[in-house]
Design a protein around this ligand. Structure first.
Ligand code: CTP
Length: 399
């Protein structure tokens, strides 16, 4: 399925040697059925001509803010409203600086300022300009304004130097835009819940029973889901992990809190239970600190099995329920038992006795056991890549 067909993209071409690549961007977008309008800045026109742009885009090139004819036909506000998405490629250091400061002294910067659409920018500049602290600050600023960056890449530059600042290749730019529209479709469509990390089952106000789970794999899964456009809620036990991505994070401590948070986050299309939930809790938590001389007998009772509860209640059960099995031995045997007993669609199993993977490692190696088909293995790779692969499979399944 081509997500770009009939999408309206406003391409802004600024003045840099990489402007010649914009012609290839236009060609690729057209090939994908995109309707293009173009703004060419004054400096951009030093590198590519309006004629070559029009020939490829088959539409008019807008150049001046105060062009009577254009304003009558489509003023700068309408132009910014017309687009489904705006792409600035190449985006020069000067244009980025204007965006960061809200300047509007030409058509390109005015349209960007007046726009309520997603704006992608593909920077292109000399490595020293890219590395300059002012550019870094401008980039950090425009990210907070929700501009989306594509590249730049590291490589040989037209000026003969080498480093970061090279505009991404047209294929990459077009692919990023494709996946933006793909994600948009998923966003409107799918909701995901992920549980992650350990739980703390309190004995007294300062002591608890816990386990070695770092939460890394669960966080990576939530990130991959969010990146792919899922409306994602991550319900996390106590971890040391930071989250910069834009999704709901609900922090909990105990299994009971994780259970309630999960119930409150339903309904969902997919739920991934990666948390290492404490199987037991202390029946009566001491109200005050237990003293050494006290006689200590821990009376434990079972915690609710969150996964089991949700997958066995039809009214709560997401379409796709994925459990985890962290085992030290007989992986396949236990994974299959959990698959059946917990009524999962998939179980992701890993061998936590292997120090190179599992708890606290940034790497993992897992086997996926399916309810209705043969199991498969995802070989040793970073947890982030395991997550991306997993999310690909989730999308295929849900679609
Ligand atoms: N799980 C859960 N709630 C619990 C215990 C486990 O949701 N109270 C989920 C985990 O998030 C995981 C799956 O059940 O997806 C399996 O967890 P695991 O700890 O491997 O299995 P247990 O059922 O606890 O069995 P055992 O400890 O005997 O291996």
């Amino acid at each position: 399925m081509n997500n770009l067909n009939n999408k309206k993209i406003l391409l802004i071409i600024c003045g840099g040697i990489a402007a010649y690549k914009s012609l290839e961007i236009i060609r690729l977008l057209k090939k994908n059925g995109v309707i293009i309008k173009t703004i060419l800045t004054k400096n951009g026109a030093e590198f590519v001509t309006p004629l070559s742009i029009t020939s490829l885009s088959q539409s008019k090139v807008y150049q001046d803010l105060f062009d009577l004819e254009n304003e009558a036909e489509m003023d700068h506000i309408s132009l910014s409203r017309w687009a489904d998405l705006i792409l600035i490629a190449p985006a020069t250091a000067n244009t980025i600086s204007k965006l960061a400061n809200g300047n509007s002294d030409d058509l390109a910067s005015t349209v960007a300022l007046a726009s309520d659409k997603n704006i992608f920018i593909a920077p292109a500049m000399n490595v020293r300009m890219w590395d300059h602290i002012s550019t870094k600050e401008n980039i950090a600023k425009i990210k907070t304004y929700n501009y989306k960056l594509i590249g730049p890449e590291i490589g040989d530059m037209a000026c003969g130097e080498y480093g970061a600042g090279k505009m991404s290749e047209p294929e990459k730019i077009v692919n990023e835009i494709k996946s933006y529209f793909e994600n948009l479709k998923i966003k409107n469509k799918f909701k995901a819940i992920v549980t992650a990390g350990p739980t703390h089952e309190y004995i007294d106000p300062i002591r608890f029973i816990t386990n070695k789970s770092s939460g890394k794999q669960g966080y990576e899964i939530a990130k991959s889901l969010s990146k792919k456009g899922f409306d994602t809620t991550l319900i996390s036990g106590p971890t040391n992990l930071e989250l910069k991505d834009d999704f709901n994070l609900i922090k909990v401590e105990t299994a009971e809190e994780m259970f309630q948070a999960t119930l409150n986050s339903l309904p969902a299309d997919v739920a991934i239970f990666s948390a290492a939930v404490g199987d037991y809790k202390v029946k009566e938590i001491h109200k005050t600190k237990i003293k050494k001389q006290d006689k200590l007998n821990l009376d434990l009772e079972k915690n609710v099995d969150i996964l089991n509860y949700i997958s066995n209640h039809n009214s709560l059960r997401p379409k796709l329920v994925i459990g985890f099995a962290a085992e030290t031995n007989d992986l396949e045997y236990y994974a299959n038992i959990k698959l059946n007993e917990k009524n999962c669609d998939w179980i992701i199993a890993n061998d936590v006795s292997n120090k190179k993977i599992g708890f606290n490692s940034d790497f993992n190696e897992v086997s996926i056991f399916y309810k209705n088909s043969k199991s498969e293995k995802l070989n040793y790779k970073p947890k982030s890549e395991i997550s991306d692969k997993l999310v690909e499979k989730i999308i295929n399944h849900l679609n």
